[in-house]
Design a protein around this ligand. Structure first.
Ligand SMILES: Cc1cc2nc3c(=O)[nH]c(=O)nc-3n(C[C@H](O)[C@H](O)[C@H](O)COP(=O)(O)OP(=O)(O)OC[C@H]3O[C@@H](n4cnc5c(N)ncnc54)[C@H](O)[C@@H]3O)c2cc1C
Length: 430
């Protein structure tokens, strides 16, 4: 049987970074990736006449792990367009149009009240299960918003902004997800918005992950789907869909929580993995790219948490067309391939837009991810995170779902890859 020091399962940011570090520490590493490409939930694909990010896109210098990688690989950022116009819904869902500054004023009170709790609930964002969060982790983001007693206009606006962030129905997502982000930026809500959706990586995410992959001293095998792991104190046998087997001293799994049950693990995965996989995490939405005819003024548009598309903004403005990007809480609310359905969803703001193309990847339907960017259900953070980070003998767990700081983000994926590479390397060289 083929043998190696470490098998890393998955070539997203977490797996690539873990493999790079382990290879640099002198260990033999084999990365097994089911897709025909590296990058996982980041993927720059040609569509609608542009190179579009179908998955993770925006990065920021307040995200320390991703920024270190940006520096290391000489990546630069470009700003997504500043909006000239904003649309939102007023009382009785009447359409409002104004400036971005007017919209910012509208949501300011709601945003401030939510993030005001952050530094008490999660005083150190790098230690997100310590603090008042233990008493509040059962609360959903919707419950917290309801407590604020905002008027209809401010309420819809705040709800849609949060849907854009957490990618889930707000009654299903824990307040903790909002508080973690806010804590990571010292409670400054405009910086939280900037950090999560403003600066793209020049050249695209796929070029970024290709640069990391080229730096891995080890073997990256694409189209290599792992179906089983059998492990004991002496090591693990990893079985692929084609029957090939590898024996390794350590295994690093980087699958998202929602997808870990696609591999048969013996003895079974720790209870926290089984439990959270069964429950699934909160995020369940979508990101869709929309091509509309004509050159439009750059705009942001917000509906409510209950509309199919809650947030819409222009991303590329050309002479004869504009490319918009939309986000909604429920991927099953919209056929992401249907021009007609997307056209209908835009009518909440404007009926003058002619949709001429749509592009998206439904990450919820993709068996290798079954999730977008992870946000927790109420209670999951404080109940499970620490256990999800624990190795089970020779089996280690990385992936953005297990990160301390920017859980669910690219930054968190990198953090987790570094963390596990350090632990595995230390245990192998003892
Ligand atoms: C639509 C969308 C928008 C996002 N926007 C942002 C953003 O703007 N900024 C940001 O920071 N983050 C964003 N994210 C989140 C970000 O993309 C993820 O946090 C990050 O890419 C996760 O990396 P990972 O390595 O932890 O997991 P993944 O990238 O999911 O990597 C896991 C890998 O394991 C592979 N795999 C699964 N099962 C098997 C198997 N059985 N055998 C072998 N391989 C397997 C998968 O194919 C995958 O390549 C977004 C995500 C989505 C989907």
């Amino acid at each position: 049987m083929e043998t190696t020091d470490v098998v890393v399962i998955g070539a997203g940011f977490a797996g690539l970074v873990a493999a790079r570090e382990l290879g640099r520490s002198g260990h033999n590493v084999v990365v097994l990736e089911a897709r025909d490409r590296v990058g996982g939930r980041t993927w720059t694909a040609p569509a609608l006449g542009h190179d579009l990010e179908l998955g993770g896109t925006w990065v920021h210098w307040v995200q320390p792990h991703v920024w270190a990688e940006m520096t290391r690989y000489g990546r630069e950022i470009v700003r997504s367009p500043m909006a000239e116009e904003a649309y939102w819904l007023g009382s009785g869902a009447a359409l409002r149009k104004g400036t971005l500054a007017e919209f910012t004023d509208l949501i300011d009170d709601g945003q401030r009240q939510i993030v005001a709790d952050a530094l008490m609930m999660i005083p150190r964002a790098v230690d997100p299960t310590v603090g008042g969060i233990h008493e509040q982790d059962q609360q959903s983001l919707q419950q917290r918003l309801d407590d604020l007693e905002l008027d209809d206009e401010a309420r819809s606006a705040n709800e849609s902004v949060w849907v854009g962030h957490v990618n889930a129905p707000l009654n299903e997502v824990g307040l903790s997800s909002a508080l973690r982000w806010a804590s990571a930026v010292g409670g400054h809500w405009p910086l939280m918005h900037e950090a999560s959706a403003t600066y793209r990586v020049v050249g695209g995410m796929s070029a970024f992950t290709a640069a990391i992959a080229a730096d891995v001293r080890g073997d990256i095998r694409l189209e290599s789907t792992v179906t089983a792991i059998d492990h004991d104190d002496t090591g693990a046998v990893v079985t692929l869909a084609d029957g090939h087997q590898l024996r390794a001293q350590r295994v690093v799994m980087t699958l998202p929580i929602n997808a870990v049950n696609t591999i048969t693990v013996t003895p079974a995965l720790p209870e926290a993995w089984v439990r959270s996989n069964r429950e699934r995490v909160a995020s369940q939405g979508f990101k869709v790219w929309i091509k509309v005819r004509g050159r439009l003024p750059r705009f942001f548009a917000y509906a409510s948490g209950h509309h199919a598309i809650s947030v819409l903004k222009s991303e590329f403005v050309e002479e004869d067309h504009t490319i918009l990007v939309g986000f909604g809480a429920d991927h099953s609310a919209l056929d992401l391939t249907s021009v007609e359905q997307v056209q209908d969803a835009l009518r909440v703001w404007r009926d003058d837009l002619e949709v001429i193309g749509v592009a998206a990847h439904d990450w919820m339907k993709d068996p290798l991810s079954q999730n977008t960017w992870m946000t927790h259900r109420p209670g999951q953070l404080t109940r499970d995170l620490r256990e999800l980070q624990q190795a089970d003998g020779v089996l280690h767990f990385a992936g953005c779902d297990t990160a301390d700081l920017w859980g669910g983000f690219i930054d968190g994926a990198i953090e987790s890859g570094l963390r596990e590479a350090h632990l595995v390397s230390g245990s192998l060289t003892k």
